[in-house]
Design a protein around this ligand. Structure first.
Ligand SMILES: Nc1nc2c(ncn2[C@@H]2O[C@H](COP(=O)(O)OP(=O)(O)OP(=O)(O)O)[C@@H](O)[C@H]2O)c(=O)[nH]1
Ligand SMILES: [Mg+2]
Length: 184
């Protein structure tokens, strides 16, 4: 697979032309968005970090010259100051409004150890309101116990699920095929 970094967007006026469908990776800070993009891409194109809040801008990648992969800044980390949360909200909501008709699918990542949070619910409700189709991806399953996982899946089934969830581990390459089948 061919993967190209396109650009980092700090201002919504700098989004690339909506000339190709895009799939978006969204979720809490540190949930594993950038790692999952690397896993799907098959090489390390996105920067990852154990410090939450690593990805501060919107990063665009292009795979096989036909679909954009979009790495969004993460939400919901406790130690982030309030004005940063507001900024995040503005950027993300502006992004989804502007691009909704171009977005083929959003992958909403849920940490397999933590399970779905209030912010995840808000995110999913927002996507639903805009009519954006989404899939839930449970991340870091290599770290989650059987109990963590069944708890997370039970909560998801009660309220959030449209399809799936996809079970993934960037560390072990789990879930790649399923994610790819929803990208192309
Ligand atoms: N064990 C394990 N660790 C993972 C996995 N995916 C990500 N991580 C780790 O989780 C941390 C955060 O990963 P990132 O991919 O940077 O997370 P992110 O969602 O992009 O974070 P922000 O950019 O801050 O929003 C890193 O230390 C990763 O190595 C996984 O599948 N298994
Ligand atoms: Mg990131």
């Amino acid at each position: 697979m061919m993967v190209k970094f396109i650009r980092s967007v700090y201002d919504l006026r700098d989004l690339p032309p909506a000339d190709k469908p895009e799939v978006v990776f969204v979720g809490r800070s540190n949930v594993g968005k950038s790692s999952l993009i690397n896993m799907v891409a098959g090489r390390k194109v996105a920067r990852t970090s154990k410090d939450p809040g690593r990805t501060r801008c919107i990063n665009y990648y292009l795979i096989d010259d036909r679909v954009y992969l979009v790495d969004l800044p993460g939400y919901g980390f406790a130690r982030v100051p309030k004005d940063m949360i507001n900024r995040w909200k503005r950027v993300i909501e502006g992004f989804f409004r502007k691009r909704s008709s171009n977005i083929k699918r959003a992958f909403v990542l849920i940490d397999g150890v933590v399970g779905p949070t209030q912010r995840d619910r808000e995110m999913v409700n927002y996507l639903r309101a805009l009519g954006i189709s989404y899939s839930i991806v449970i991340t870091k399953v290599d770290k989650a116990t059987q109990k963590d996982l069944s708890g997370a899946i039970k909560k998801l089934k009660e309220e959030l699920i449209q399809t799936g969830p996809i079970i993934s581990s960037a560390k072990e390459g789990l879930g790649r095929k399923e994610i790819l089948s929803q990208i192309f």
